[in-house]
Design a protein. Structure first.
Length: 244
């Protein structure tokens, strides 16, 4: 039995594609934190079990979803993600003969400004997303959650398709929110920003994304994403420095 687990907040325009990409799920669990745009009604209409909760943070919310899922296997997707057709086929074959594996991972391919990005820091963006019930837990620093699996994992040759931003304004807003959350998480762990972090980390990110990971092969989009990534890094460490 497979549970598809999705956490949501006002995702009525993206959730349907996510849920319909896993038609072989035996259970669909939507854990919502206060949607007002019709997300709950849409999810119920598509057969999902909907649970309404508060928002404790990305990591804690995804762990709640793991605990509520009843399947032998749990596939965690964000509302702005969906399985490609190939990923669905490959995953079903893997689950029919999982062997001793405790979990499975997929690449994530994100779309930005009308095109899927195939290079730079954005791809291949490997994500562990499928786990045997009871053998995994979400960790990491909000908002960058990571699924930690107790046992051997296998990487599948297929992609999760990702539509992270509706428009450029949303991208900038996400950078603002996520850098604040990241700075808070680092501060709570006792990390402090140094001059090195502000002066060296951003240009290193830009060089890594654009040259070492050949982001330039994505054209102007690759250059722009390398710059936005460097801006993200500088803003995160700058906010952390302001908390000292």
């Amino acid at each position: 039995m497979l549970t598809l687990a999705v956490i949501t907040l006002n995702e009525v325009d993206r959730l349907e594609a996510c849920l319909r990409s896993v038609p072989f799920a035996d259970e669909v669990l939507v854990l919502d934190s206060g949607s007002t745009d019709g997300t709950l009604e849409l999810a119920r209409g598509l057969g999902a079990r909907v649970v309404s909760t508060d928002w404790p943070g990305h990591v804690a919310q995804k762990n709640r979803a793991l605990a509520m899922a009843s399947g032998d296997w749990i596939l965690s997707l964000d509302a702005d993600e969906r399985l490609s057709e190939r990923a669905g086929q490959v995953l079903q074959r893997a689950l029919r003969s999982p062997g001793e594996h405790a979990g499975f991972g997929l690449r994530r391919c994100s779309r930005w400004q009308g095109r899927y990005i195939r290079h730079g820091k954005w791809y291949p963006d490997r994500k562990l997303r499928i786990v045997r019930r009871g053998l995994g837990r979400w960790g990491g620093d909000d908002p960058h959650d990571t699924l930690r699996i107790d046992g051997p994992v296998r990487w599948l040759d297929a992609d999760i398709l990702h539509e992270p931003y509706r428009d450029y304004r949303e991208h900038l807003g996400t950078i603002e929110r996520y850098t604040s959350a990241s700075a808070r998480s680092l501060h709570e762990r006792g990390v402090r920003a140094r001059c090195f972090d502000l002066c060296v980390r951003p240009p290193l990110h830009f060089i890594d994304a654009l040259l070492l990971r050949v982001g330039f092969l994505d054209g102007w989009r690759g250059v722009a994403l390398a710059g936005l990534g460097a801006w993200y890094v500088w803003l995160k460490w700058s906010k952390l420095r302001g908390m000292s």
